[in-house]
Design a protein around this ligand. Structure first.
Ligand SMILES: O=P(O)(O)OC[C@H]1O[C@H](OP(=O)(O)OP(=O)(O)O)[C@H](O)[C@@H]1O
Ligand code: HPA
Length: 181
């Protein structure tokens, strides 16, 4: 397995450097702050992929908020999505809260759509979403994110939380896998 991971990493194309992603996170935080600074939001980190984006955004959001997580997985460490598995639900009551969902990527949009629907069903007052990346998939999506860091081409990606077969979430940049073009 590790040989495959090394090969994927060596052949990968860097789409955004760490510096470029960090600059995008600064801009994303500015836009989120202007909209939500007085909303006392409940931030929901979509684990696993959203952990890095959430962890890097939170210290940039200098206003009152609380944090919980939700784990809805559609790819389950593989490179193709199927049905959503609900693996962890927030313990914080969502009733009346202004929720901000944070994830790494909006790809086909099914995961975010399902999580936003869950939040509304649980009585959230408003539901916002922020993604580090919005993938240009060439057709419409069931949901748009309210806050987007960067647009990205329709390639299989890893880095900044996104995995290739459960590895490479820790890559410091946004990379496309040459093997899955
Ligand atoms: O827009 P979609 O096509 O629904 O895909 C986006 C979702 O896929 C990834 O999660 P994944 O299911 O791989 O689980 P993970 O967070 O554990 O990697 C990613 O973190 C998003 O949550
Ligand atoms: O391109 C991707 N890479 C990693 N995880 C993902 N989940 C949806 N799309 C992707």
């Amino acid at each position: 397995m590790l040989d495959e991971i090394k090969q994927i990493e060596q052949n990968a194309i860097c789409l955004y450097t760490e510096q470029e992603v960090e600059a995008a996170l600064d801009d994303l935080a500015t836009v989120i702050t202007s909209k939500l600074h007085d909303q006392n939001p409940l931030v929901l980190c979509v684990i696993n992929g959203g952990i890095v984006t959430t962890g890097k955004l939170l210290p940039r959001l200098k206003f009152p908020l609380t944090l919980d997580s939700i784990y809805a997985s559609r790819y389950c460490n593989s490179t193709a999505g199927t049905d959503i598995q609900w693996l962890y639900l927030p313990t914080t009551p969502l009733t009346g809260r202004n929720v901000l969902i944070i994830d790494d990527i909006l790809d086909e949009g099914h995961t975010l759509q399902a999580i936003a629907a869950y939040c509304r069903q649980q009585g959230a007052n408003t539901v916002y979403s922020a993604v580090l990346l919005d993938k240009n998939i060439g057709h419409s999506k069931p949901i748009q994110a309210d806050f987007i860091g960067l647009e990205v081409a329709n390639l299989y990606l890893f880095g900044y939380g996104m995995d290739y077969k459960a590895y490479l979430r820790n890559a410091a940049g946004i990379y496309a896998c040459k093997e899955i073009l």
